[in-house]
Design a binder for this molecule. Structure first.
Ligand SMILES: [Zn+2]
Ligand SMILES: [Zn+2]
Length: 312
C-alpha cells in the first residue's frame, strides 16, 4: 500500500506563492503595486498582501497575471517582559460572498493575559471563513502552550524570511515536531513576511492547486503543498514500510518522526533517499538542504492505525 503526501497526488502543476507580505498599507517600506510587481517578476503565481490589521482584497498589478490572495495579519499582545505576542495571518476567498471580511476593514490589537484569551481573535478569522496561519513563534517569544491554545489551527510558519534575515529567528520549525508528536495535524509553511524588498523571494510554498484563491485555500487546508527556500520536491510517500523522497539535487536529506533519530544522508548531489519507518510511528516528514544552505520541508504523512498497531 502506498500512502502519498497530498502535495504529490494528482497532475495539477504546482503554483509558487507567498502567503505573508507587508506594504505601505501598514509598516512595509514599498507600495502594494511595487511589491506585487516584484513577485510577478520573480515568477510567482500568487501573493497575499497581509498588512497588519487591515484587510486587502485589491490586486494592485492585475496586468502581471499574479493572483492576489485576500488577507491581513492580526495580533494579540501578552504580558511582558520582552516580546510576547501571538500573530496570525488570515487568508480568504476572493469571492466577496464567501469572505466575511471586506477591503480596508481595519482591526485593533488584542491585549490579553493569556494566549487562550486570544481565542476570539482566532474565532473572528474562522467565522469570516478565512484560514488562519500561526506566525513566527520564535520571534513572538511563544511557548508551545501558546500554539496549543489554538487547538484548531492547521498551519504554522516554519520559516519566516524577515525574522531570519533580521533576527536569525524562525528559520526552522522547532515547535512543529512537538505538536506532531502529540498528535496534532498541523502543516508547515515558509513565508517571507517581507517589510522591504530585500526580504522577498526567500521563503515560499508550492501548492498543488488550480490558479484561483478558493482552490489554493482548499489545498492549504488539506496539506497539498510543501514549503521551500529553494529546492524542489517531486514526490514523498510511504510504501511497504519505506518512506521515500524524490527531490532536486541537494547536499543533505533527513527524515523526522516520532522520537526516532535517523542517520542523515549527505552527498554532493542527492536526488532522493529512503528509510524504514519504525513501528509505532504516527507521522513522518522530510527536510532537504541544498549546496547553498537553502531548505525545503515536506508536510507530514500521517500513518494512522495500521502503522500504530505494529507497535512492539
Ligand atoms: Zn507578525
Ligand atoms: Zn507579518
Amino acid at each position: 500500500m502506498i500512502i502519498r503526501q497530498a502535495a504529490f497526488v494528482g497532475d495539477v502543476p504546482f503554483l509558487k506563492g507567498n502567503l505573508h507580505t507587508h506594504t505601505t498599507r501598514s509598516d512595509g517600506l514599498s507600495s502594494p503595486e511595487t511589491v506585487m510587481r516584484q513577485y510577478a517578476h520573480m515568477g510567482y503565481d500568487f501573493l497575499a498582501l497581509t498588512d497588519h490589521r487591515r484587510y486587502n482584497f485589491t490586486n494592485y498589478a492585475p496586468d502581471t497575471g499574479l493572483l492576489l490572495l485576500p488577507g491581513m495579519e492580526l495580533d494579540a499582545n501578552l504580558p511582558g517582559p520582552g516580546n510576547h505576542v501571538v500573530h496570525m495571518v488570515s487568508l480568504g476567498s476572493d469571492r466577496k460572498e464567501s469572505n466575511g471580511f471586506s477591503h480596508d476593514q481595519t482591526f485593533g490589537s488584542f491585549f490579553v493575559d493569556t494566549a487562550e484569551a486570544a481565542l476570539p481573535m482566532f474565532a473572528s478569522i474562522v467565522e469570516a471563513h478565512n484560514l488562519p496561519i500561526f506566525c513566527h513563534p520564535e520571534w513572538s517569544g511563544n511557548t508551545i502552550d501558546d500554539i496549543r491554545a489554538f487547538p484548531d489551527i492547521s498551519l504554522m510558519e516554519l520559516w519566516n524570511s524577515g525574522c531570519a534575515v533580521e533576527n536569525g529567528l524562525d528559520m526552522h520549525g522547532a515547535y512543529w515536531d512537538e505538536l506532531l508528536n502529540s498528535g496534532r495535524r498541523i502543516y508547515g509553511v515558509a513565508t517571507d513576511d517581507g517589510h522591504q524588498l530585500a526580504h522577498n523571494g526567500l521563503g515560499f510554498v508550492r501548492v498543488r492547486a488550480e490558479k484561483n484563491a478558493d482552490s489554493i485555500l482548499d489545498a492549504l487546508r488539506r496539506g497539498a503543498f510543501y514549503a521551500s527556500c529553494g529546492p524542489t520536491i517531486q514526490d514523498f510517500y510511504v510504501e511497504d514500510g519505506q518512506a521515500v523522497i524524490v527531490c532536486s539535487p541537494v547536499s543533505l536529506i533527513r527524515f523526522r518522526h516520532f522520537r526516532v533519530p535517523y542517520m542523515q544522508a549527505t552527498g554532493s548531489s542527492l536526488k532522493g533517499h529512503q528509510v524504514s519507518v519504525s513501528p509505532g510511528t504516527s507521522y513522518i516528514r522530510a527536510e532537504i538542504i541544498d549546496s547553498e544552505g537553502r531548505m525545503a520541508w515536506t508536510n507530514p504523512i500521517f500513518l494512522g492505525e495500521e502503522m500504530s498497531k505494529e507497535r512492539p
